[in-house]
Each structure stands twice: as structure tokens, then as C-alpha cells.
Design a protein around this ligand. Structure first.
Ligand code: HEC
Length: 187
């Protein structure tokens, strides 16, 4: 009997420790994503308001990566945020093999109508994590630049296609799984 009890206790305490770490890592990731998402969103909104989809597309093409760089520089040491997608527009947002695996899992959960977690924590090594926050085409406005030929803004898309002739990030419908924010945290 003792032989059985001991391993069970060990497993229980290890998973308790994990739960606390998990929570802390998720909180750190959440605040990093809010900062990045907030910066991208507010600039996008301003440009959309000021000059419509064409200007907003221009912003995404020219400034989004500079803003991402700036926000990344403001994080605590060891924290960085990027966006990835299986159907990426910017080749810089192509997922690495481990990231693609997670994205494929999310896509298959979505296809099977399973609930997708708000955040997924993967431990890469001791004190080193990647946190995924799934992104969905949650607003009609996303289709302006990520929809099909009917829903896209043709002028805005001309600018996008000129910069990204191999763009994969089109043909989406509202509610589709688009990709993820990935927060890397190294303690
Ligand atoms: C005005 C055009 C426009 C709109 C509207 C738009 N996007 Fe994008 N999106 C882009 C461009 C351009 C890029 C490539 C940015 C770059 O150069 O890094 C991009 C990149 C992305 C990426 C990074 C992955 C990749 O494919 O490179 C995600 C995720 C994304 N968009 C999600 C969304 C979501 C969700 C919405 C709606 C809330 C949205 N976009 C609305 C133009 C747009």
C-alpha cells in the first residue's frame, strides 16, 4: 500500500506547485499582451477613422512592426510578445515548429467545436515558457483586410498584396481562428 500512496502524494504536490506558477505566468502574459494588443488596436482605430481602410492598411504595413518593437522594448527583461499564424501574411509571423503544433491543436479543437482555452502555457525548460493567446476574427472589420474578394476592401488590399504577394491571411470569415499572440517568458 505504501508504495502506491507515496507516488500519488508526490504527483499531487507537483501539480499544486504548477498551478501557482501557471497562474503567475498567465498573469504576466496577460499584461504583456494587453499592452501589445492595446497599442496595435488604438493605432489601427485612429488610422481607420482618419483615412479609412486604405490608411489603416498603410499603418499595418509600415508601422505595426515598429510599434511591436517599441512595446517589446518596454517589457521586463525576459518577456517578449509576437503574433503568429498558420496562415501568415508577414513571413516574420510564421510559427516555429513547436508553435505550429499548438496552433494546429487549437484549429482542430475549433473544427471539432471544442472549447478553446483563453490561454495555453507551455513549459519549454525550467523557468522558460511560451504562453499562447488564441486570436479569432472576432469583428467584421477584420474582413476588410483578411476576408475574401467580396468582403475585402479592394483598394486597401491592393496595398497589402503589393507588399505581401504570398499573403496567406485571406479568405477568413467571422469567428474563424486566426492565430495567436505568443508571449515568451524566461525567468
Ligand atoms: C486595415 C487592414 C487590416 C485590418 C482591418 C486587420 N488587419 Fe490583421 N493584418 C494586416 C496586415 C497588413 C498585417 C501584416 C502586418 C505586418 O506587416 O506585420 C496583419 C497581420 C495580422 C496578424 C499577424 C499574423 C500575420 O498573418 O502576419 C494577425 C493575428 C491579425 N492581423 C489579426 C487581425 C484581426 C483579428 C483583425 C480584426 C480585429 C485584423 N487583423 C484586422 C491588416 C489588417
Amino acid at each position: 500500500m505504501k508504495r502506491i500512496v507515496l507516488p500519488i502524494l508526490l504527483v499531487a504536490s507537483a501539480s499544486l506547485l504548477n498551478a501557482a506558477t501557471n497562474k503567475e505566468i498567465k498573469q504576466e502574459a496577460k499584461s504583456a499582451i494587453m499592452k501589445m494588443g492595446g497599442a496595435l488596436k488604438s493605432h489601427m482605430k485612429q488610422n481607420m477613422k482618419a483615412g479609412g481602410p486604405e490608411q489603416a492598411a498603410g499603418f499595418c504595413l509600415q508601422e505595426a512592426s515598429a510599434i511591436a518593437k517599441e512595446v517589446n522594448a518596454s517589457y521586463p527583461k525576459g518577456v517578449s510578445v509576437k503574433r503568429v499564424s498558420l496562415k501568415y501574411r508577414n513571413p516574420a509571423n510564421k510559427p516555429t515548429a513547436d508553435e505550429a503544433e499548438v496552433l494546429e491543436q487549437i484549429q482542430s479543437d475549433v473544427d471539432a467545436h471544442k472549447a478553446v482555452p483563453k490561454m495555453i502555457v507551455k513549459e519549454l525548460a525550467k523557468n522558460s515558457y511560451k504562453v499562447y493567446k488564441p486570436v479569432f476574427i472576432n469583428k467584421g472589420v477584420c474582413l476588410t483586410c483578411h476576408g475574401d474578394a467580396q468582403t475585402r476592401d479592394s483598394e486597401a488590399y491592393k496595398r497589402i498584396a503589393a507588399k505581401y504577394p504570398h499573403d496567406k491571411a485571406v479568405g477568413y470569415k467571422k469567428g474563424d481562428f486566426r492565430g495567436a499572440f505568443v508571449v515568451t517568458i524566461v525567468k
